[in-house]
Design a protein. Structure first.
Length: 295
């Protein structure tokens, strides 16, 4: 047992010494790629979607891409995620890159941020015929805070009618790939807060003014969602370490949902959103595998 433990610790130490996870500066300094179209779904500057289209003939399967950034306005969002959006478009997917109001912007928080995501997702039905989008094959890909919002968007059919977030007939999202995302806001908020600070989650869900704030904002409270989920983290993710994804997958499976978890070696929180990294190649492969299931 001691020899086995020493071997494992030695391998981990060697891997850690070799690993150089991408920094937040590397993530934020990525060159921006221009989208094929920008579509406004509301009057606020942040209420827009950037659409990236493949060169192939439609109808195109759709990846709803939701960026992270601790829900904070200091992160631009669309600019940093445009590179992976363009890469996915080259792989044959239409990418619906969602912007939303973030903390620090008028109307952000509860219910505004969630209503933005809901409106942006449902707008696919309106724009689908124009851009040859296949709204029967929709996968959500979210990073960090966007991982939470992607999981939430796929759970909207479970929202109570009493919630201000409830909408009739939400667009079905059949699969979610969450990259360092948080599914259990109540149980894992302290983990997420270690990197983003303790304020963003309480602020974005309106915890100070609503005793049941988790009931309509935390995906963990809206299970089973019916969507297949893959929780992906870099092995060195300092925001949402791999154990958080594993814990959420266990909760999903217990509720009857299909879910998997992947930890990518030598990767951190941002490698999974930079198209030149080996970690992104893993993510793109998972997106391809999960999209192939949506027939």
């Amino acid at each position: 047992m001691r020899r086995w433990l020493a071997a494992v610790l030695g391998a981990f130490t060697a891997s850690a010494a070799q690993a150089e996870p991408a920094t937040v500066q590397a993530y934020m300094s990525q060159p921006q790629v221009k989208a094929d179209a920008r579509i406004a779904y509301g009057p606020a500057p942040a209420q827009v979607v950037d659409l990236f289209l493949p060169k192939t003939r439609g109808p195109h399967p759709v990846v709803i891409l939701i960026h992270g950034g601790c829900y904070l306005a200091e992160y631009r969002g669309l600019a940093e995620s445009s590179g992976v959006a363009a890469d996915l478009a080259r792989r044959g997917y239409a990418v619906w890159n969602v912007e939303y109001r973030k903390l620090g912007e008028p109307g952000a928080g509860y219910p505004g941020t969630f209503l933005d995501v809901a409106e942006a997702v449902d707008r696919l039905r309106t724009e689908g015929p124009k851009y040859q989008l296949d709204t029967r094959r929709v996968l959500a890909l979210g990073h960090s805070a966007g991982g939470h919002l992607a999981l939430w968007a796929a759970s909207r059919a479970r929202l109570p009618r009493s919630s201000p977030l409830w909408r009739a007939d939400p667009l079905p999202i059949r699969a979610v790939v969450s990259l360092g995302g948080i599914g259990d806001l109540k149980g894992q908020a302290s983990v997420f807060g270690g990197a983003c600070g303790p304020e963003p989650i309480p602020q974005v869900i309106g915890l100070a003014t609503r005793p049941d704030a988790y009931a309509d904002t935390s995906p963990a409270e809206l299970l089973p969602s019916g969507a297949r989920v893959v929780m992906i983290s870099g092995a060195f993710d300092h925001v949402m370490p791999p154990f958080t994804g594993w814990a959420y997958v266990q909760r999903m499976r217990k509720a009857g949902d299909s879910a998997d978890v992947i930890a990518i070696p030598d990767a951190g929180h941002f490698d999974v959103m930079i198209p030149t990294t080996a970690a992104w190649q893993v993510v793109a492969g998972v997106v391809g595998r999960e999209m192939a299931r949506l027939r």
